[in-house]
Every structure is written in C-alpha cells, then in structure tokens.
Design a protein around this ligand. Structure first.
Ligand code: CA
Length: 227
C-alpha cells in the first residue's frame, strides 16, 4: 500500500485529498504545517509527499530541503505559486514534480502515480535490490559492490554518489542535484568535487576508466548511470 503525506493548511483541500486518495487505497497522513510535516516524514516513512508551499509556520521550500537532508522520497509540490522561477526553486531544492493550484484531481492522481512509480523499481519496499552489470554487481541494501568476485571498497561519499546515480539509472542527473544530494543543500556549484569522485568511482568500477561504459558524463550538465 502506498502511503502519502499530505502537507496542506487548507482544511477543505486536505479533506478532498483524503477522500480521493483513500478511495484509491492510498494510506494518508496529513500535516497542517511544516513542522508537523518534517516530523511525520521521519516517523511515518511516506512513499510520496504532496506539499503545499504556503504554510503557516515555514516556507514549503524549507520543508523540501529538510526532507532532502536524509530522504529521497518523491515530493510533489502542489502550489498556487505559478511562475517558472518558483517552480525552478522548488525543483532545485529537490522536489520531483510541480502541480499548480487549482488542479484537477485526475491530473494530481496521475502525477502521484508517476512519482511513486519512479521510486518503486529501485526500492520495492525493503526487498533486496541488486544491480548487476557485466563488470560489477551492486547490492543496494547491503551497500556492497563486487567486481570479479571481490569486494570493492567504496568510501561513504563514493557510495552515496553511486547510489544516487543508480537510483536514477538511465536518466541524466544534474551536477547540482548530485552535489546537493551527496554533499548537502549548500553545495551546487562545486563541479570539481564531482569530477574527482567520478574519476575515483570509474577507477574502481569501470573496465576501462578512460572510456566509461556505466558512469557516463553529459558535459556541462551532469551524469548518468547506464547498464
Ligand atoms: Ca497554503
């Protein structure tokens, strides 16, 4: 069952969302403010977060940053703020998608399904997840990498970087997103960190580190894990 955390301070909208989500077999927790949202995100482990940006106690952007400090749960922003700058700020802070109020319930449900699908192939609720390439194998829950039958020792930072790329496998992850997910929200422009750590990962994992097959650079944009 998919658990949704609804962060919204308009009681009528919370009620409408609860009715619609529960009718479709979602489990719903709701938070009327940012402080409650952060507490419930930590204690209830939602599969998706629906987040309003205009909250009584703090800005929703800070809720995104707070959650992203330790979790990659999909965050779908539902907001009346409609300029593209505001969307970019939310996406840069780590939101996965953005839907503008007023919205149709059908559209919101479709985006919600898409957001929860994006995470499920990688982490089907605690099941063991192995990623096997021809060159190496990654056991995500055990945080273990094996190459030619031997354990590959990764530093925590190398591991975290690899994990984020695998999580988004086949898709480009921007430099900024990688920096913020691995190093934290105050990073975003230190592309040299990424070059250093990607080179280390390639030396440890790629059969031919100077011609990477798995850890691909999109020059000036970001990186992609291919398998
Ligand atoms: Ca609001």
């Amino acid at each position: 069952m998919t658990r949704v955390l609804v962060v919204e301070d308009e009681p009528q909208l919370v009620r409408a969302l609860e009715i619609n989500l529960k009718a479709r077999k979602y489990e719903v927790d709701s938070a009327p403010d940012g402080g409650t949202a952060l507490r419930l995100a930590a204690s209830r482990h939602p599969d998706v977060v629906l987040l309003d940006l205009g909250l009584p106690d703090m800005d929703g952007i800070d809720v995104i940053k707070g959650i992203r400090g330790w979790s990659r749960v999909p965050i779908l922003v539902v907001s009346a703020r409609r300029t593209s700058d505001e969307k970019v700020v939310a996406l840069d802070a780590g939101a996965d998608d953005y839907i503008t109020k007023p919205f149709s319930m059908d559209e919101m449900l479709a985006r919600l399904r898409a957001a929860s699908r994006r995470t499920s192939p990688v982490a089907p609720s605690g099941d063991s997840v192995m990623v096997a390439t021809e060159a190496f194998t990654v056991d995500l829950p055990a945080k273990k990498v094996t190459r030619e039958g031997r354990d590959v020792r990764l530093t925590p930072t190398e591991w975290h970087l690899l994990e984020v790329l695998i999580h988004h496998r086949g898709r480009l992850v921007s430099q900024k997103q990688l920096l913020q997910e691995v190093w934290g929200p105050t990073y975003g422009t230190q592309a040299n960190y990424l070059r250093v750590y990607m080179a280390q990962l390639r030396r440890k994992l790629e059969p031919d580190p100077s011609h990477p097959r798995y850890l691909i650079t999109a020059p000036g944009m970001g990186y992609r894990f291919e398998m």
